[in-house]
Every structure is written in C-alpha cells, then in structure tokens.
Design a binder for this molecule. Structure first.
Ligand SMILES: CC(C)(COP(=O)(O)OP(=O)(O)OC[C@H]1O[C@@H](n2cnc3c(N)ncnc32)[C@H](O)[C@@H]1OP(=O)(O)O)[C@@H](O)C(=O)NCCC(=O)NCCS
Length: 192
C-alpha cells in the first residue's frame, strides 16, 4: 500500500539578490547590529507585543542571541533580517522568516524602531519576507499576533493576511503574561 507523498520540508536560505523595496532593505543581521538592537529593545512596546522570554536585554545577551540567530540560519531553520535604510544602512527594525512543523508554511515576525514607525516600514518588510518565502518554495505564511495589537493587525491585513482565531497552544507557550495570540495566514502566490 502506498504511504503517499513524503512531506516536503522547505529549508530557508538567504536571498541571492538584495531584498529591497523603496526605502526598506532586508539584510542578514550581524554582530555589528548589537548596539542598535540593544537600543531598540529598550522600548516597552516591543516587550509588550513580542514573546518576552525571547527578547534579550543586556548587550552580552544580545550578542549571544545574534549568534543563535546566525546558527539557525546556517542550519536552514530560520533567517533573522536587519531591516535597514538602503542608503545609510541605519537599523529600522528586525524581521524573521522561519520554518514550521507544517511543511509548506513559513512563520514570520517583525518589529520597528520606535522613531521609525508609522511610515510603512513594517508593511514593506513583511511584503519582502513574503516575496522571499515564495521564492524559497513556501506555499503559505503564518503570523501570530497578540490580542490587542491593532497596529500589527493593520500591517498583517494590509499585506494580505487573514486572521484565523486564537491559538490555544501559542497562548500557553507565552503563558508568563497569558495574552491570547491570534493566528494569521496568507497564501503565497504572487507575493510581489
Ligand atoms: C507593529 C509595528 C511593527 C508596526 O510598524 P510600522 O512600521 O509603524 O507599521 P506601518 O507603518 O507599516 O503600518 C502601521 C499601520 O498601523 C496603523 N496604526 C498606527 N497606530 C494605530 C492605532 N493606534 N490603531 C490602529 N491602527 C494604527 C497605521 O495607520 C498604519 O496603517 P496605515 O498606513 O493604513 O495608516 C511597530 O509598531 C512595532 O514594532 N511594534 C512593537 C512590536 C510589535 O508589535 N511587533 C509585531 C508583533 S506581531
């Protein structure tokens, strides 16, 4: 009896051509970004809306955290991008693209430095993540957004994501502050 097709596992890798659109570029996060990331992570809004246990605080923690992100990239598990200004390489934010247990779905995340918000940086970064995920062969993109994060909800919807309800398991994983987390998805065809 046939066991059916084997599951397709998509590994992530850095883009071959620069991921850039208008005044937003995504490039590999490096140790040189540690100072700017430390400054950005001092913002309580980032702590409020992201999984708090994953947010490093001291410069040492941030350097170790960047090291783990680079080794995850080397093993094809996830990519952590610095969102930068294409002209002066100033850090505007961070964006991630990772594999999931669901073979054809990529998971994504993003944040923007407080004084760079409100001019479309996150929306453009998320579009670029979707474009790269499609190039890598993913069929779907998944986001998890904490209940009440109306700005991230606006970014997700504008980029074609649809809310699918609250994910009990994710709420438990981030249980230290127990905010329900909603799952958003978009199909990756013509992400451009
Ligand atoms: C969420 C976040 C990434 C958005 O970054 P950004 O670059 O400012 O986002 P954009 O400029 O692309 O879009 C923001 C949208 O939210 C809208 N918005 C801003 N404040 C809002 C509010 N209080 N209520 C509703 N919508 C709001 C803006 O009007 C804009 O939509 P528009 O262009 O249609 O007007 C940023 O606020 C952030 O880093 N927050 C903390 C971390 C976080 O929440 N990360 C996401 C975790 S899922």
């Amino acid at each position: 009896m046939s066991e059916g097709p084997s599951p397709r596992v998509v590994h992530v890798r850095w883009p071959e051509t620069p991921l850039v659109c208008g005044d937003v570029r995504l490039r590999e996060l490096t140790f040189d970004d540690a100072g700017a990331v430390a400054a950005a992570y001092g913002d309580p809004e980032i702590l409020r809306w992201t999984a708090r246990r994953t947010v490093p605080h001291t410069r040492e923690e941030i350097v170790a955290w960047i090291g783990r992100r680079l080794s995850d990239a080397a093993s094809g598990l996830s990519l952590y991008f610095a969102v930068v200004d294409p002209v002066d390489d100033r850090l505007l934010g961070g964006a991630s693209l990772g594999t999931t247990n669901t073979q054809d779905a990529a998971t994504m995340g993003y944040w923007v430095v407080a004084h760079e918000r409100g001019r479309g940086v996150a929306t453009t970064a998320l579009r670029l993540l979707c474009r790269h995920a499609e190039d890598l062969g993913f069929a779907r993109a998944v986001l998890w957004i904490r209940d009440g994060n109306v700005i991230s909800d606006a970014v997700a919807r504008r980029t074609g994501f649809v809310p699918y309800g609250f994910d009990h398991k994710v709420a438990l994983v981030t249980g230290e502050d127990a905010t329900p987390v909603e799952r958003y998805e978009r199909v990756l065809t013509s992400a451009r």
